[in-house]
Design a protein around this ligand. Structure first.
Ligand SMILES: Cc1cc2nc3c(=O)[nH]c(=O)nc-3n(C[C@H](O)[C@H](O)[C@H](O)COP(=O)(O)OP(=O)(O)OC[C@H]3O[C@@H](n4cnc5c(N)ncnc54)[C@H](O)[C@@H]3O)c2cc1C
Length: 408
C-alpha cells in the first residue's frame, strides 16, 4: 500500500489550507450571525455562503469529491481523503467547496444511474451549487437501519408513479434551495427481498409533499440545512423519474453509501485534528494552581492519546480509500464498515478531551467544539448505526473460519 500523496493532492492541500485560513474560519461566526439575524432561520442560506462558494469555485476548489474527471476533479478516494479532511475542520467548510452531504452522495447517484434528462434537470444545477437535494430513506415507523423494512410505496400508474410514505431525518430538506428528494420505497413487496425497493426522484414542490417539522440534534437545528420529517401523500411523479429501474433501490443504496460513509470519516478526522490543535494552544495559554495547564500530566496524556487516536483512524481511512480505488467498494466493505465505526468514536473521544481542557468555554457556542461533538455523535447513527457495521465485520470475519463451524 502506498499512502504517499500525489503531486495533485499536495497542490490542492496547500490551496485548500490557505483558503480555509483566509476565508472559511474567519467567516464561521459571520455565518452564524447572518443566520441569527434572519427572522426565519430557514428563509435563506446566509449570503456569506454564496460569497465563499463563488470564491472557491474561482480558485478551482469545486466538486473535488467527484471521481469523474469531466464533471468533477477526477480524484481517486485516496487523493480526495486528505482534502476532505481539511474541509471537515469547519462545519461550514464542505458546502463552500460543493462537497457536502447529502448532495455529494446524490450527485454520485445521478452520475452513475441517472438518465441524460435526469442529469440535465438535477445533476447540472447540483454541480453548479445552485440547488440542493435530500435523501429520503429513513422512516419513523420502522427500524430503518434494516433498509428492507422500509414501508413507503412507489406504485406504477400509467405514465407515472404514485409515491406514499412518511420519512424523517431527511437532511437538507429545510433549505429553500432544496428542490429534489431521492426517495426510497417499495414498488413490489412480493419480489425477492433485495429487489422490492426502488428509488425515484421527487421534486419537493410536487402536490402531496409536506414538510411536517424540522428535527433538532441535541438542540441544534442545523438551519438552513436541517433534518425534516416529511409526508408524501399520493404524490404523482412522471415515470421517467425512476432511477435505474424498478427493484434497483437496494443496489443504489449500497453504491451510494460506500463513498458517502468514507467521506464522513475523512471530515471527522479533520474535526478531531482541529480539536487537538485548539486544545494544545489553549492549555499552554492558561495557568491553574501555579502552573500551565499543559504541564498537568493528565492533560499531556489526553494530548498523546488524541494524537494516537487520530493517526490510527487516518491510516484506516486511507487503507479503506486505497482498497476502494484498487479492488472496488464491494471488496472494501469490511474496511468501510471498520472506519465507519472507528472515526466517529475517535472524534468523540478527541473532541470530548478538548472540551474538558477548555473548561466551560468548551461547551459554549463561542468555539466549534460543542457543535462538532454533536455532529460526530450523530455519525454513530447516520449511514448505519455502529452495531450494524460491527455485525457486518463480525460476519465477514466468521466467514473466514466457516469450515470450522458445526453448521448449526
Ligand atoms: C443527524 C442525522 C442525519 C440523518 N440523515 C439522514 C438522511 O439524510 N436520510 C436518511 O434517509 N436518513 C438519515 N438519517 C437516519 C439514519 O440513517 C438512521 O437513524 C439510522 O439508519 C438508524 O435507523 P433508525 O433510526 O430507524 O434506528 P433503528 O433501526 O430503530 O435502530 C435502533 C438501534 O438498534 C440497534 N440495532 C439495529 N440493528 C442492530 C443490529 N443488527 N445489531 C445490534 N444492534 C442493532 C442499534 O443500536 C440502533 O441504533 C440521519 C440520522 C441522523 C441522526
Amino acid at each position: 500500500m502506498n499512502f504517499s500523496y500525489s503531486e495533485k493532492t499536495i497542490e490542492l492541500q496547500q490551496k485548500l489550507t490557505a483558503f480555509m485560513d483566509e476565508f472559511v474560519y474567519p467567516n464561521e461566526k459571520i455565518f452564524d450571525e447572518q443566520l441569527n439575524a434572519q427572522e426565519n432561520r430557514w428563509a435563506q442560506n446566509p449570503p456569506i455562503m454564496e460569497e465563499l462558494k463563488a470564491k472557491a469555485r474561482e480558485k478551482g476548489l469545486w466538486n473535488l469529491f467527484l471521481p469523474d474527471s469531466e464533471l468533477g476533479a477526477g480524484l481517486t478516494n485516496i487523493e480526495y481523503a486528505p482534502l476532505c479532511e481539511i474541509m471537515g475542520r469547519s462545519l461550514i467548510g464542505p458546502e463552500v467547496f460543493n462537497c457536502n452531504a447529502p448532495d455529494t452522495g446524490n450527485m454520485e447517484v445521478l452520475v452513475r444511474y441517472g438518465t441524460q434528462a435526469q442529469k440535465k434537470q438535477w445533476l447540472e444545477p447540483l454541480l453548479d451549487g445552485e440547488i440542493r437535494s435530500c435523501f429520503a430513506m429513513t422512516e419513523p415507523d420502522v427500524a430503518s437501519s434494516d433498509a428492507t423494512n422500509i414501508e413507503s410505496s412507489i406504485i406504477s400508474d400509467g405514465d407515472a408513479y404514485i409515491v406514499n410514505g412518511r420519512k424523517w431525518w431527511t437532511s437538507g430538506a429545510g433549505d429553500p434551495r432544496c428542490k429534489v428528494a431521492i426517495f426510497m420505497g417499495k414498488n413490489d413487496p412480493n419480489a425477492a427481498q433485495y429487489e422490492q425497493q426502488s428509488m425515484i426522484l421527487v421534486p419537493l414542490d410536487t402536490p402531496g409533499v409536506k414538510i411536517e417539522r424540522m428535527l433538532s440534534v441535541f438542540g441544534y437545528d442545523h438551519a438552513p440545512h436541517g433534518h425534516a420529517e416529511i409526508t408524501f401523500d399520493n404524490v404523482r411523479v412522471p415515470a421517467e423519474n425512476m432511477l435505474w429501474g424498478e427493484g434497483k433501490g437496494f443496489a443504489i443504496a449500497q453504491g451510494r453509501l460506500g463513498p458517502g460513509r468514507i467521506h464522513h470519516c475523512m471530515r471527522l478526522i479533520g474535526a478531531a485534528e482541529r480539536a487537538l490543535e485548539e486544545m494544545c494552544i489553549r492549555v499552554q495559554q492558561r495557568t491553574a494552581f501555579g502552573k500551565s495547564i499543559a504541564e498537568q500530566g493528565v492533560i499531556r496524556e489526553w494530548i498523546a492519546e488524541s494524537r494516537i487516536d487520530i493517526e490510527q483512524a487516518r491510516l484506516l481511512t486511507l487503507k479503506a480509500a486505497y482498497m476502494m480505488d484498487t479492488v472496488g467498494n464491494k471488496e472494501a466493505r469490511a474496511e468501510i464498515a471498520m472506519i465507519k465505526v472507528t472515526a466517529p468514536n475517535m472524534a468523540l473521544r478527541v473532541i470530548d478531551r478538548a472540551i474538558q481542557a477548555f473548561g466551560g468555554a468548551g461547551v459554549s457556542g463561542d468555539y466549534t467544539l460543542a457543535a462538532q461533538w454533536a455532529n460526530s455523535r450523530t455519525l454513530r447513527l447516520a449511514d448505519g448505526p455502529d452495531e450494524v457495521h460491527r455485525n457486518q465485520i463480525a460476519r465477514l470475519e466468521l466467514k473466514k473460519y466457516a469450515a470450522h463451524g458445526k453448521g448449526n
